[in-house]
Ligand binder design. Structure first.
Ligand code: SAH
Length: 249
């Protein structure tokens, strides 16, 4: 029996996969990749005779069937997912199927796009005394969001927020964030295809970001980052303070 490896491909740049993911991708007999978001350049790491499937054209049963047939034939399968699969990765339903069908699997994490986007801006979500928490969320789409997790309710914390899967509804996002409590001059960044060659970065405030997004024609594959962590104000962390003990450095 073979095995299925679920691997986080990283946000785009083909060098942002982990070494472990890279090695498993090189060895794989079968790869099922999420074609709409995974950079196809990553497939250059595969063996010549590797069998490659694009899951954009497959439903859950078809994906699991390919895994099952391959594993039973003793093959190593890689399921390559964008960013890290623990964030909007639809991995739960796949893992449950693995258990049901007695297919061995393991998981290798990846760099999520919210980390890729922060690195492209050179920012820290947790600036001392500005914000010490990050809310990762989305606006409701075809997948509902529980009412107690509304953007408006989260906005009252005025902490750092990263909003996935919502750029198409940027106007509504802005409206909800302001209604919830962020001042209109709160800094916002929209990063499209972070770490890809055609990446775009927009910087503004809640007042003007929706207009910028419309002008740039960004309708998908973007993150909305909101909060004063993007602003001018910052404080030095105690970590590298001369008067502070060094045990965490
Ligand atoms: N598991 C992925 C997220 C999948 S959901 C991760 O960890 O990043 C798909 C959404 O992720 C997109 O709609 C977009 O909001 C965001 N996304 C994925 N890759 C991105 C990238 N390179 N730049 C900006 N946003 C990205």
């Amino acid at each position: 029996m073979g095995i299925v490896h679920f691997i986080g491909a990283g946000p785009g740049d083909k060098e942002l996969i982990t070494l472990k993911g890279y090695r498993l991708l090189q060895q794989a007999d079968v790869v099922i990749y999420a074609g709409s978001l995974v950079n196809p350049e990553l497939l250059e790491y595969c063996k010549k005779d590797c069998e490659i499937h694009n899951s954009a054209h497959m439903d859950l049963d078809e994906i699991i069937d390919v895994m099952e047939v391959s594993v039973k034939a003793g093959k190593e399968v890689v399921r390559l997912q964008t960013g890290d699969f623990s964030i909007y990765g639809s991995i739960r339903e796949q893992v449950e199927e693995m258990k049901k069908r007695n297919i061995s699997f393991d998981c290798v994490p990846g760099v999520s796009s919210f980390l890729g986007a922060a690195s492209q801006l050179g920012v820290e979500y947790t600036v001392p005394e500005v914000s010490q928490s990050v809310i990762i969320t989305r606006m409701e789409g075809r997948t509902p969001v529980p009412a107690r997790e509304s953007l408006r309710s989260y906005a009252q914390h005025r902490t750092s927020m990263v909003i996935f899967l919502s750029v198409l509804g940027i106007e509504k996002v802005v409206e909800e964030l302001i209604a919830g409590g962020y001042p209109e001059d709160t800094p916002v960044a929209v990063v499209y295809k972070a770490t890809w060659a055609d990446e775009k970065k927009l910087i503004g405030t809640l007042r003007d970001i929706a207009g910028q997004v419309k002008v740039s024609n960004i309708t998908k594959t973007a993150l909305i980052m909101v909060g004063d962590f993007l602003g001018e104000e910052f404080y030095y962390s105690k970590l590298y303070d001369r008067g502070f003990s060094h045990e965490y450095r």
